[in-house]
Write a protein that binds this ligand. Sequence first.
Ligand SMILES: *[C@@H]1O[C@H](CO)[C@@H](O)[C@H](O)[C@H]1NC(C)=O
Ligand SMILES: *[C@@H]1O[C@H](CO)[C@@H](O)[C@H](O)[C@H]1NC(C)=O
Ligand SMILES: [Ca+2]
Length: 224
Amino acid sequence: MKLFPVLVMLTACAARPQDLSGKMFTFPLESNRAHVRLNASRLDFSSLTLCHRSFTDLKRDHVLFSLATPVHSNDFLIFWDGTNKEIEPHIKDRKAEFGGRDYKPNMWHSICTTWDSESGLVQIWFNGLPSIRKFVSTGTNIVGPVIIILGQEQDSHGGGFDIKQSFVGMMSDVHLWDHILSSCEIQNYVDELNFTPGNVLNWSALEFEILDKVLIENKLMTCH
Ligand SMILES: *[C@@H]1O[C@H](CO)[C@@H](O)[C@H](O)[C@H]1NC(C)=O
Ligand SMILES: *[C@@H]1O[C@H](CO)[C@@H](O)[C@H](O)[C@H]1NC(C)=O
Ligand SMILES: [Ca+2]
């Protein structure tokens, strides 16, 4: 009896875009299986901006966003390195390291990452504060049959998950654009004001599939 609505919801998830405004994905346990697979509306990027909010109490390494192609399993990866305490955007299997960020446990953090293939520069905006711009990879687009996964880090195209890099916690407001946002647009995202949703991944019209134990819950956790 209790199973029935869950099954209906899972079928609906895979079938058509859902408006996840005010909602979050909850990844409630450490595993090498639980993840969400997102469908992107484009498969060729000469530049991009990714924004997301996450909440965790993990102290170890963990993934925040994993985009793989058959050629590069870390074609576009956002990773927290728990040993060196730095946020690492990986692009085309090369990484940039951003240390000195106040990545406190048990609170929401918004992270936006921009990259463009012409300059090869990557920059992060951590809770709205911009980093320096670092060179990571230039020349070629991120292109191909992309597989985008939340909750697990891909060491191969769509697989190769490592429980010790899995994400446990909550994730929300994932947007991906095929261009670099202005600093004002990023600030609007960070402050949860009006902004143009991602044209590649749109949290208000998200196509996704949940595999194993990931829940959709309301994000509001404070009393108003
Ligand atoms: C999403 O992608 C999967 C394969 O990755 C595909 O089977 C599914 O039909 C796609 N869903 C939508 C709504 O496009
Ligand atoms: C995002 O989804 C919302 C809700 O469906 C829609 O109104 C909006 O046009 C979409 N934005 C983009 C850029 O696709
Ligand atoms: Ca890995």
